[in-house]
Design a protein around this ligand. Structure first.
Ligand SMILES: NC(=O)c1ccc[n+]([C@@H]2O[C@H](COP(=O)([O-])OP(=O)(O)OC[C@H]3O[C@@H](n4cnc5c(N)ncnc54)[C@H](O)[C@@H]3O)[C@@H](O)[C@H]2O)c1
Length: 257
């Protein structure tokens, strides 16, 4: 994976959820490489440990935090551990999100509740816990949510998921009022189709999205990480309540896959 900018995160403490693989993993890798201490969360315990070991071997300081990012007691524990161990939390990237496809007419309540819990409640309460710590520190901070182009454009069989992603963007705008007084900015990055371990399970994914994306290919995790790192860097201190779409132009035309 290429390594684009160096914003200098030395001395910063970051928490990234849902980061055992895919976009979150690449964000952790780049943050750690640029000097941040990274708490890498994943619900899959083995994956959390393997991924943090990989990040550390690549030249970073990464601590595995296995657990369910939608579990409120786990959120409290994770933020307390980071704050106790390093005295502060500077960056939080609420990246964990699940995509449960399903026909609207048959969409089961259990799927809806799980999507709401992970994508929304987990993000909301992680932000609440981390922002309390940032407020206490008095040194400000940066919070980033991982949204999606499906929060901007309708997508077949993704009503529940798309709804949560649009809601995350409104949450970021709303939290400007609550968090700006404490010098905490809060933004979202909205990826389009991205090549990850999960999406590449579909053997046609790369071909289909290469055909329908104006820039001729789906995103790489490094494309999303580049935008994410900018938004949590000191270069973006005056940007808050915004969403940055990284989709090779797909939302401009939005053809269905
Ligand atoms: N990949 C894409 O094309 C794409 C496009 C738009 C938005 N997104 C968003 O980007 C984010 C990351 O997506 P991805 O495709 O890189 O990741 P992914 O779907 O491969 O999941 C990454 C990790 O999250 C973990 N996870 C799932 N539920 C969790 C929970 N409750 N607590 C902690 N960890 C949990 C999984 O175990 C997995 O290792 C998600 O919010 C997703 O909605 C992805």
């Amino acid at each position: 994976m290429k390594h684009i900018n160096n914003y200098g995160f030395t001395g910063k403490v970051a928490i990234v959820t849902g980061a055992g693989q895919g976009i979150g993993f690449e964000i952790c890798r780049q943050l750690a490489k640029q000097g941040a201490v990274v708490f890498l969360n994943d619900i899959d315990e083995d994956l959390a440990h393997e991924a943090s070991l990989k990040v550390s071997k690549d030249g970073g300081n990464c601590i595995a935090c296995p657990g369910d990012s939608s579990d409120l007691s786990f959120i409290e524990k994770m933020t307390a551990v980071a704050a106790d161990r390093y005295g502060c939390i500077d960056i939080v990237i609420a990246n964990a999100g699940i995509t449960l496809f399903g026909d609207f007419f048959d969409y089961p309540p259990a799927s809806l509740h799980r999507v709401l819990d992970v994508n929304l409640a987990g993000t909301f309460f992680l932000t609440q816990a981390a922002a309390k710590q940032m407020r206490k520190q008095g040194t400000g901070g940066s919070i980033l949510f991982t949204s999606s182009v499906t929060g901007h454009q309708a997508h077949k069989d993704l009503a529940a998921y798309g709804m949560t992603k649009a809601a995350l963007e409104m949450l970021a705008r709303n939290l400007v009022l609550e968090l700006a007084p404490f010098k905490i900015n809060v933004n979202t990055v909205a990826p389009g189709a991205t090549l990850t371990e999960r999406t590449m399970e579909d053997p046609n994914y790369n071909r289909i999205w290469s055909e329908i994306t104006p820039m001729g290919r789906p995103a790489l995790t490094s494309d999303i990480a580049a935008a994410a790192l900018f938004l949590v860097s000191d270069h973006a201190r005056h940007i808050t309540g915004q969403s940055l779409i990284v989709d090779g132009g797909w939302t401009a035309t939005s053809p269905s896959p």
